[in-house]
Design a protein around this ligand. Sequence first.
Ligand code: ADP
Ligand code: MG
Length: 323
Amino acid sequence: TSVVNKIAAGEVIERPASVVKELMENSVDAGATRVDVTVEHGGSELVRISDNGCGIDEDQLKLSVSSHATSKIVDADDLFHVGTLGFRGEALASIAEVSQFRLRSRTPDSDAASEMYVNGGQLVEITPCGAAVGTSIEVRNLFFNTPVRKKFLRTTQTEFGHLSEAFTRIALAFPHVHFTLKHGARQIYDLPPSDNWRERLAAFFGDEIATHLIPIDNADETIRLSGYVADPKFNRANNKMQFLFLNGRHIRDRALQHALSEAYRGLLLTGRYPIAFLRLQMPPEMVDVNVHPTKLEVRFQDSGRIYSQLLGTLRTKFLSTDL
Ligand code: ADP
Ligand code: MG
């Protein structure tokens, strides 16, 4: 295990929240309908994620923790058609590099599960074990072998805050998946699957907000913009309640944030961040998600068009709503 690997791991894994994000995304990519997240001490001592997804074949276990190994992209062309959340094949390798990492998995056509243990990037063993179909991953003592990074971890409360945000973004993006989150003995969230996005929004932000949301749905041949924005009459701004998802991926986009503020201009008495939960769906080749390792920023092929679609949709909506 080289220093280079540890540095590379740091690019992807910054803190326990990054572990939660990457593992939850893998569970979603694996088609899981239930994902249970348990953490201890803000995730710095333990992050455990169990899913009922497709599992990993025993002979692929070792590969899953080697750098740049992904089962999600077969050739270079696929990079432009990314339909899964993951595609770099770096997350498991990076996490296993800087933790004590235990992965248990079973595929539907195997009658036993296998367990792999990796200690700070060193594969220790792969042994058979009993488990249900799906994958369960335990990440203990994050950064135990990179003391400098470990020093940058904040208090349990701060780390849990980040982790809970990461959890929220993914749970919001996939309302049809049952997610739970436990911190130590405390159950923080238990989110039954729902076809109605508003229910999932209410579970996080409360019924009051949920009842003041106006549905948005605008589609042209290629781009669909849907979701909810706060009724301007409700007149509450909160930058913690502005979420934008692109093909299921939480993103941040300055231009779209600007379009939102523009649409609400003169309608909000306080604050600059109107409450909004928006989903953009478009063909993957119209956007480059490969800009940043943590994939929060994306590059649209035609950002002007998306800006206009958002602004136009909201303006039309507000004109036709009794404000
Ligand atoms: P990526 O998601 O970019 O492909 P990861 O390092 O996150 O890379 O995961 C490596 C591989 O391990 C994935 O491509 C997938 O084949 C497998 N994998 C990881 N997590 C799971 C899971 N929860 N269920 C099934 N397969 C998984
Ligand atoms: Mg992944």
